[in-house]
Design a protein around this ligand. Structure first.
Ligand SMILES: [Zn+2]
Length: 268
């Protein structure tokens, strides 16, 4: 079977794409992207991501999730609170048939985001609750982990999660390999091409546990420019170079991994 790219973690429902979405989707398809695993961060995006699936049913594979940081990208950003789940959880159940995963969920212990233990505890309880719903619904999870690599992997294992993607993971290789042992996948956006910081990690994680992502509109090659799914080839090429493999191999194996992890996304 002919595989294209699978963007395993992107924010196509973000307002950055509202104005010229048609063009973005056109470029996405031109670049050979077959599936967009479309994560959400806040309950306000849920309707939009379902609408996008209706508009582009062969392309958009929606996920619902409550991110550890809420309030958009600006100065309003704050650590999640348990009550942020009140409206979201019933929607997880209501639309579970249409979801390919829960995400973007996880832990962000960057000091300025979660300065106190109270905030970290709240993030943990929101994370665990969503993991338990994912298990109940039989869905994989699309995970954010920043300054919390060890505790994120440990929590996934403790909670008995078997199917997880750790997006833009930046922890130590030894911690990532714990996740590999548990069967988890790791995806890398074009931003990894900016420098060699992630090379060791990419080298040590077996290709059978790697997926591609863009995290559009963030994490592109150029920090200040909007990223979009058509840039996914940059991740593919970088991983191929670091691992000494052909780009074709990386594209094929990462797509197979993606459909194995997210079978409802289309080609499992
Ligand atoms: Zn993201």
């Amino acid at each position: 079977m002919e595989y294209g790219f699978v963007d395993c973690h992107c924010h196509i429902s973000a307002h950055e794409f509202e104005e010229d979405l048609e063009d973005v989707i056109h470029r996405t398809k031109e670049a050979g992207v077959k599936t967009l695993v479309a994560v959400t961060e806040e309950v306000g995006e849920f309707t939009r991501v379902l609408q996008l699936q209706e508009s582009y049913p062969d392309l958009v594979a929606p996920c619902f999730g409550i991110h550890p940081l809420q309030g958009g990208g600006g100065s309003e950003r704050h650590s999640v609170k348990p009550e942020d789940l009140d409206v979201a959880l019933p929607l997880f159940y209501k639309h579970s048939e249409r979801l390919v995963a829960l995400g973007e969920i996880g832990l962000d212990f960057t000091p300025w985001c979660a300065p106190t233990q109270r905030e970290r505890d709240d993030q943990m309880s929101v994370f665990i609750k969503q993991l338990s719903v994912a298990k109940e619904l039989g869905l994989p999870v699309n995970i954010h982990s920043r300054s919390a690599a060890r505790v994120t992997i440990a929590t996934l294992k403790e909670q008995g999660v078997h199917r997880a993607l750790l997006h833009n993971f930046a922890g130590k290789p030894s911690i990532a390999l714990e996740g590999v042992k548990a069967g988890y996948f790791f995806s890398f956006p074009p931003a990894v091409c900016r420098n060699q910081q992630r090379d060791k990690l990419i080298k040590q994680i077996p290709l059978e546990h790697i997926c591609l992502e863009t995290d559009s509109p963030a994490l592109g090659l150029d920090k200040d420019a909007r990223n979009e799914p058509s840039n996914i080839g940059l991740s593919c090429r970088y991983i191929a170079d670091v691992k000494g493999l052909s780009q074709q191999t990386v594209r094929l194996v990462t797509a197979q991994n993606a459909y194995r992890l997210f079978p409802k996304a289309g080609r499992g």
